[in-house]
Design a protein. Structure first.
Length: 92
């Protein structure tokens, strides 16, 4: 990520925060990408990149996964509104 893009995008605090305390919310990384894109920077998707995500056994608990799905869903509903508002031609 370009340093100037990140610094410009973070002049105002992100509205979403990722995991904080016992909260399982997410979306801060996606919000950051929206902001960078709205600033006119290009975002690239590279399908050849691979990531091994090691997940501890305790995160396979049904209650944990339900909480994760609920809080992630809330974040992504907000991101859809954010995207729809910020991408309007009259937005500024």
């Amino acid at each position: 990520m370009r340093r100037d893009a990140a610094l410009t995008a973070l002049k105002n605090p992100l509205l979403l925060s990722d995991r904080k305390g016992k909260r399982l919310s997410s979306g801060g990384d996606v919000e950051m990408c929206f902001r960078i894109s709205l600033l006119g920077y290009e975002l690239w998707y590279v399908p050849d990149l691979e990531l091994d995500h090691l997940i501890p056994q305790r995160r396979w608990d049904r209650r944990y996964l339900l909480r994760l799905a609920r809080e992630t869903g809330q974040s992504f509903a907000f991101l859809e509104l954010y995207k729809a508002t910020a991408c309007r031609p009259d937005f500024r």
